[in-house]
Design a protein around this ligand. Structure first.
Ligand SMILES: C[S@@+](CC[C@H](N)C(=O)[O-])C[C@H]1O[C@@H](n2cnc3c(N)ncnc32)[C@H](O)[C@@H]1O
Length: 348
């Protein structure tokens, strides 16, 4: 039943009075509906109006009205926050920020189930990365590796970028830790994937520093990030926990790698290290509830990695890992702010 002019005037009066913003938002929407107005961009056919135009016709501030409507829409499934905004105990902006941060926390929190999936699905193969990477077809959310730092490994960096491109999910990242000269690394890798950020990996203490022939002691290493920019990356400095060299002369530390992996991926994402050495990235990945696929050209290193991950998960695996089909949700979850579908198991 349409509102009488008196009732309409009454509701407009309510909109300007001391009631909660959520109720005001609801009355605003009801008034628009009653007038047969579909609130939108104003570009559709039929009786439409922009929020601003309709708000102005009621002599309301369009900016304020937009905040009411955002609160109504974005807080709809959170009755606690909705109630706090309605009682004006919480400004709308703060409530929306809280909601976003709660969603992000839920998305990034590693559950026991995530760890169980990771523990049940890892694999380590032994081959040249140039043979290994072509077996992946858009499944890897993160390809992270630490190739040898010798000059003759530079062409391999280019090959890594070339072969990672089709192996990554559409929003995936290639991350390379290396001490090779920055200009050379970017020259060989950027033709294949765009470089979008560099993480500084801080190595504590004199022992961990790198001594350059020029006399410079370097206390950090770059990790170059290629592929698609992520809005979920919260910082570009990561601290190493110190030297860990019990399994391999070039072994990295687990805590620092857990930070890298947790910043660049979400639980149950697939992390691939095509030159995994002693399997540090594997241990960090599984501890963070992500799935892991490792590979190394040296049988001895593949064996060390397998033994390490088997000890961690209580699951001994064979050599070759057969990859499941491409996952349905291929956009990068960081930017979509949604948890990805349950992962396909990697058969051992
Ligand atoms: C710096 S180490 C990695 C160390 C590892 N991050 C760790 O924590 O133990 C580099 C690794 O790359 C491997 N590698 C070198 N060339 C390779 C290639 N073409 N394909 C696959 N792995 C390769 C080496 O065998 C070595 O284990």
């Amino acid at each position: 039943m349409p509102l009488t002019p008196e009732l309409h005037a009454h509701f407009v009066h309510i909109l300007r009075s001391q009631i909660g913003p959520i109720t005001k938002g609801r009355i605003f929407v009801a008034l628009a509906e009653d007038a047969g107005i579909r609130l939108g961009s104003g570009r559709q056919n039929g009786k439409t109006a922009t929020v601003a135009a309709f708000a102005k016709s009621l002599r309301l501030n369009p900016r304020t009205v937009r905040w009411w409507l955002r609160a109504l829409r974005d807080l709809a499934d959170d009755s606690e926050l909705l109630d706090a905004v309605e009682r004006e105990m919480l400004p709308i902006k703060t409530a929306l920020r809280l909601k976003r941060s709660r969603e992000k926390d839920a998305l990034c929190t590693v559950t026991d189930e995530d760890r169980a999936v990771a523990a049940a699905t890892w694999g380590v193969t032994c081959s040249d990365l140039r043979d290994f990477l072509p077996q992946l077809h858009g499944e890897a959310h993160l390809i992270y590796t630490d190739l040898p730092y010798t000059k003759d490994a530079l062409p391999l960096c280019g090959e890594l970028a070339r072969l990672s491109k089709p192996a990554l999910t559409p929003g995936g990242t290639l991350a390379l830790m290396t001490r090779l000269p920055m200009r050379d690394v970017l020259n060989v890798m950027c033709p294949w994937l765009p470089h979008w950020a560099t993480i500084a990996y801080i190595c504590h203490g004199r022992d961990a520093a790198h001594f350059w022939p020029t006399g410079l002691w370097s206390f950090w290493k770059p990790i170059y990030l290629f592929g698609h920019r992520k809005d979920g990356l919260v910082g570009d400095v990561v601290f190493s926990a110190g030297k860990e060299k019990s399994l391999h002369p070039h072994q990295q530390d687990v805590p620092g790698h857990r930070t890298i992996i947790s910043r660049l991926t979400l639980p149950t994402d697939l992390v691939v290290d095509p030159a995994c050495g002693s399997g540090t990235s594997g241990e960090a990945t599984l501890r963070e509830g992500r799935r892991f696929l490792g590979n190394d050209i040296k049988p001895e290193n593949a064996r060390i990695s397998r033994a390490r991950l088997a000890a961690l998960t209580g699951r001994a695996v064979g050599g070759d890992v057969e990859l499941g089909a491409r996952r349905g949700n291929t956009a990068h979850p960081m930017s979509r702010r949604v948890r990805t579908r349950a992962p396909q198991a990697l058969s051992s």
